[in-house]
Each structure stands twice: as C-alpha cells, then as structure tokens.
Design a protein around this ligand. Structure first.
Ligand SMILES: *Cc1c(COP(=O)(O)O)cnc(C)c1O
Length: 373
C-alpha cells in the first residue's frame, strides 16, 4: 500500500554489460525507474512526481528542494542574459527579490505590474520579453488570475506563462487546462499539509520539464527520499483537508466581513472581492487564507491575535494547524514603513491561515477574541 523510502545515493550494476546498456541505450537523464546516482533521481521522489502530475493533470512534474527552488530553477532554465520578463505584484517576497535584484546580475530584467491589470501587463511587454510569472491567489490580498485572459495575451506575444498556485492547490484549480505552460507549487504548504517538510514542484509539458530535470541534476536542488515519503503521505488527505479549509475559509470570511470591529476582508469567495467572479468561474473553492484589517491600529490587531487560542503565530500556511500573523511584522518587517504602505500592508492587516480544526471551534475562538478588543 505504501511506496518504500529508497534510501540510497548510489545504484550499482550487475556487470559491465549492464553499465554499457545503461549509458548507451538510455538517455542518461530520462530513465524513469532508476539512475546511477541519487542526484539524478530517486524512486520515492519519482513516485511523488507521478502523483503530483496526475493531480494537476500535467504531463510531468519535477520535485525540488523547496517552493523557492521551484521558482528560481524555472526562471534560470527559461531566461537568458538580455531577456526580460513580467512579474505580477503582490507576490511572494523571495520571488520578488530573486526576480528584481538577483537576476539583474545575469543581465535579466523584470517589470512588476499590478496583479489583475491586464492592460498594464500587455503594456509592459517588450521585444525581448520571454515570459510572464504570476501567482494565484496572491498573498495576502488573494487576487485571482483570469487564466483565459492571461493565456490569450501571452499567446498574442508568443510568451510562456508560469503560475504559482500554491494557495489554490490542484484541488481548487487546474491552470494547465487553460493553456498555462508551467505550474509551480510550494509543497511546504497545502500539498505537504503538516508544517513538517519543505519541497516544491514544477509541472507541465515534458518538453519543459525534461530540461528542468537535467538542470536539477547539475544544480543539485534535489529532495531527500524521506521527505518524498512524507509528501506521499500528505497528499493522500489533500482533498479532505482542502475541502475543510475551503469551508472554514468562507465561513470565517463571512463572519469577519459582517463584524463591526473589522474594517475590510480579502477573500475571493466574498462578493466584495475584486476577483470574485473570475474565482467563482475557475476555482472549486477559495482556500483557507483570509486576510483582514482590524478597525483600529496595529496594537488592536496584535491584541486580537494574542486573544486567539487556536491559531498559533507563525509565517506559514496550508498545514493542519491554523496560523495567524500580523503581516507588517511577519513577512514585511525588513522593509521601510513607506515601502510597506506602497504595498498596502498596514499595521492592522492580519493574515489568518486556517487549518483543519472544526469550523465551529474556529468561529467560536474568533468570536471570543473579537469580544476582547
Ligand atoms: C511559501 C511560498 C513560496 C516559497 O516556498 P518555500 O517552500 O517556502 O520555498 C513560493 N510561493 C508562494 C506563493 C508561497 O506561499
């Protein structure tokens, strides 16, 4: 019933002829069953890749050491010096840092455009633009992509599209069905699901994943077989977990939106969200992340967070345990208050990432905490 953890760095050959057959008759990198060395592949990791590809409706998946390894490897594979790409804003902070600052050293330029503004996206395209990278839903404002519009625009300009749908999971959306070229996941979040591992994945057509796998054998951003086993265990319950997180997300978002002590809520399942229509048309559910502003200052937001009993204060999401964070001091503490304001990150902004606890318990906990502020 379970895939074994193949704990080896080395594979051996029965005799010299077996080695000759392996190196001559098979493409060095493409052998799915075995390799000759662990950096080129591992059967437990291959099992994760096959299951993720099936979940996502992808030809192939490459599993890497973290979500950031998935983002950085994809960009390193597809971009060369002198090229340019477009990134939508409101994206993961390390993705922004890599795109805007790090890649500049290699002569690769990036333009940041507002997520959801397709006219600005098209206007940013230059003759040397190679691809568009976007996230959906975004963090923390949960902007959701209009995949049809994105893909049509990209095709008009002969660009590749890459989307990071970590927040949606393959349970809630299948971007490849709309013609997106590559899907990226931080497995660390919902796919792993238990706040105990780090991994990432890139999924899409074999013509793109094969060179990515070859590059991985060179860069070495591989996954350990024990982690692969934990991912296999985690994704067995993905559907059940995300179903609960979708249900709790919507219930909590509605409670907060109706509450006098809350100024504003961002959740795509709410009619007040700018992407409600497109999210409803493309997604099965809206996920477990609810962002909101407390009506008051940062200090009041901190009091609300400290009064909560179920969610713990932490930077991640997607696990079975709920987590909450005041974003101005969690993900954005390193930047100036002015830059934070430009990103719309106010001191009273809270991100609540729901786990799989009983929805009624989560609601009761929020009620008692709101009563205290
Ligand atoms: C967490 C996250 C990442 C980075 O993933 P790691 O596994 O932490 O490296 C990238 N994109 C999104 C949307 C994320 O939430």
């Amino acid at each position: 019933m379970t895939v074994p953890i193949v704990q080896t760095a080395v594979y051996t050959f029965a005799d010299s002829q077996a080695l000759v057959d392996f190196t001559e008759e098979r493409m060095f990198w493409d052998e799915p069953e075995r390799e000759e060395y662990g950096r080129y592949g591992n059967p437990t990791v291959r099992a994760v890749e096959a299951k993720l590809a099936a979940l996502e409706g992808a030809e192939d998946a490459v599993v890497v050491a973290s979500g950031m390894a998935a983002v950085t490897s994809s960009l390193l594979l597809l971009l060369s010096a002198g090229q340019h790409f477009v990134l939508t804003d409101n994206c993961y902070h390390s993705t922004l840092a890599f795109s805007r600052d790090f890649l500049k050293r290699f002569g690769i330029e990036c333009t940041l455009v507002p997520c959801g503004d397709y006219a600005a996206l098209e206007a940013a395209i230059r003759p040397n633009t190679k691809l568009i990278l976007s996230e959906s839903p975004t963090n923390p404002f949960m902007r959701c992509l209009d995949y049809e519009q994105l893909v049509a625009l990209a095709r008009r300009h002969n660009l590749l599209t890459l989307v990071d749908t970590t927040f949606a999971t393959p349970y809630n959306v299948h971007p490849l069905h709309y013609g997106v070229d590559l899907v990226i996941h931080s497995i660390t979040k919902y796919l792993g699901g238990h706040n105990d591992l780090m991994a990432g994945a890139v999924l899409g057509r074999v013509e793109l994943t094969t060179p990515l796998r070859q590059m991985q054998g060179m860069l070495g951003n591989i996954l350990a077989p024990q982690t692969a086993y934990l991912i296999l265990r985690g994704i067995k319950t993905l559907a059940l977990r995300v179903e609960r997180q979708n249900a709790s997300g919507l219930t909590v978002a509605r409670l907060l939106e109706d509450h006098p002590k809350i100024r504003r809520v961002w959740y795509p399942g709410l009619e007040s969200h700018p992407d409600h229509a497109v999210a409803t048309a493309t997604m099965r559910g809206f996920g477990g992340v609810v962002s909101f502003e407390v009506d008051g200052d940062g200090e009041r937001a901190h009091r609300l967070i400290d009064a909560l009993r179920i969610p713990t204060i932490g930077p991640s999401l997607g696990g079975v345990e709920s987590m909450v964070s005041p974003l101005a001091v969690m993900g954005y503490a390193g930047i100036s208050p002015e830059a934070r304001a430009e990103l719309g990150i106010r001191d009273e902004l809270v991100r609540l990432c729901l786990g799989i606890e009983d929805t009624g318990d989560l609601i009761a906990d929020l009620q008692q905490a709101l009563d205290k502020i």
